[in-house]
Ligand binder design. Sequence first.
Ligand code: NAP
Length: 306
Amino acid sequence: MEAEYDAIILGAGAAGLAAGLYTGRAMMKTLILESMGTGGQLLITDLIENYPGFPEGVHGQALAKMMEIQTTRFGPTIEYAEVEAVEDLEKKVKVVRTYDKRYTTKTLIIATGGAHNKLGAAGEDTFAGKGVSYCAVCDGNFFRGQDVMVIGGGDAAMDEGYYLSGIVNSVTVAHRRDELRATKVLQERAFKSPKFKWLWSHVVEEFVGNEALEGARVKDLKTGRVYTYPTAAAFIYVGFHPNSDFVKGMLDMDALGHIHSDLHMRTKLPGVFACGDVRAESTRQLGSAVGDGITAALAAFHYLSL
Ligand code: NAP
């Protein structure tokens, strides 16, 4: 059986689009399957200041559009559908099924990225979309001039908190330790801003309110005191998990579900590659996702040339 595609790329985030740019330019017939919107994490990122070549920074959505235009110019098509299953990955012709179509391909590049973790606090699901959010760029504007919280102490919490500080009256960061994990430059920027307030060594146990969120029940881990901290919104940035469930048991993964791939982005199965945030040891940076995507595409081309 002849495969329909030379490459199917799962995910149209930065890694997937970069891979598609290279497979397209290598004249490989390429399909990119995306379940949400082209750009992945770029779509929910405001200003990106650490992607080389943009000294003033670049807005995530604008960069996503530029990457999409550049990639599709060289032939790859993008279809919007969720992958239901992948099959026959160990065979020369691999199968990808969405809920209403079946595709065959000689190589598969997995660039499905990941999603922000839930906190797991009581009331989190009840108030999701009513004050609890995982995307400042999407929902920040609803809380213009109000007091909001950010939960977490990593790069995402500091980046998104800084974005919110341009819109809201105040941003209270609730972090479970008394020291941030975020990159120093992001920490310093937040410390300098008069809009930031800090709840060090605090965890959120419950989100409370009536129709919409009104506050968070927080616990001071140093004193044991539990109290309600009023807030119009809570933006949760407590880490990230890979979108890899659909290949569980087929590929090697770490304990958190990141797919193991070598320096060429090759997984243990010939013709199957994993790149970007979904792969183990990814630095989870835009620039490295792009590099991973390019490496995967070159390795896929090499595999087809054997
Ligand atoms: P992260 O670096 O894993 O940070 C998650 C934060 O949430 C940590 O401060 C952690 O606390 C806290 N946390 C985790 N579980 C928690 C829980 N159950 N309750 C309370 N707090 C909890 O995740 P991230 O900020 O999403 O970043 C993920 C990756 O993307 C990183 O590699 C990061 O560098 C990258 N990234 C980079 C940028 C950028 O370069 N501008 C922007 C966004 C993301 P502890 O510190 O105590 O563990």
